[in-house]
Ligand binder design. Structure first.
Ligand code: CA
Ligand code: CA
Length: 168
């Protein structure tokens, strides 16, 4: 009976510790990725290039350009960038309407929501949508719009990558 209780206690401790290890807050990521908002992300302020170049760069690290699944993740990324004290810059994320003008989608095929909370208000028309037509087909967290999303020419090269890697 005592042995059974001891085994049950050991089992409970084991389950408890493994549960804690796998919880969002305790998750660790393989370098160069770091935990941001419960995801394994890599934001590289030293590397920049076109959207496709930065997508290839993320893939070479075992990931891809980040998909902003939730408003909370978007906010966590903004807070992280601000907390680093980096200069204001442009950052590519994994959304595009290249080849299907006006239909914005993440690289996994998920449709990208317009408006709040992602998109910046461009100009004075107070519309939170892409404004670049066929000349601007890639989504950027924009330096001039407080890191809200804007559409930008995909070949712009003064843009850093935000990569998401596999969760551990
Ligand atoms: Ca477009
Ligand atoms: Ca634009």
């Amino acid at each position: 009976m005592v042995l059974h209780l001891a085994l049950a206690l050991v089992f409970a401790l084991f389950v408890g510790s493994s549960h804690q290890k796998n919880s969002t807050l305790e998750r660790s990521c393989n370098p160069p990725f770091t935990t941001i908002g419960g995801h394994c992300l890599y934001i590289d302020p030293l590397t920049q290039g076109s959207w496709s170049e930065m997508r290839t760069y993320c893939q070479s690290q075992g990931g891809d350009l980040v998909i902003l699944y939730t408003a909370q993740l978007f906010a966590d990324i903004v807070y992280y960038i601000e907390a680093q004290g980096w200069p204001i810059a442009n950052y590519w994320v994994g959304g595009s309407d290249e080849g299907h003008e006006g239909i914005w989608a993440w690289h996994d095929g998920t449709l990208m929501r317009m408006g709040t909370p992602l998109w910046a208000t461009g100009g004075c028309d107070n519309i939170q949508r892409p404004d670049g037509s066929t000349g601007e087909n890639c989504a950027v967290m924009s330096a001039i719009y407080h890191l809200y999303i804007n559409d930008l020419d995909c070949s712009s090269t003064a843009v850093h990558p935000i990569c998401e890697g596999p969760s551990v």
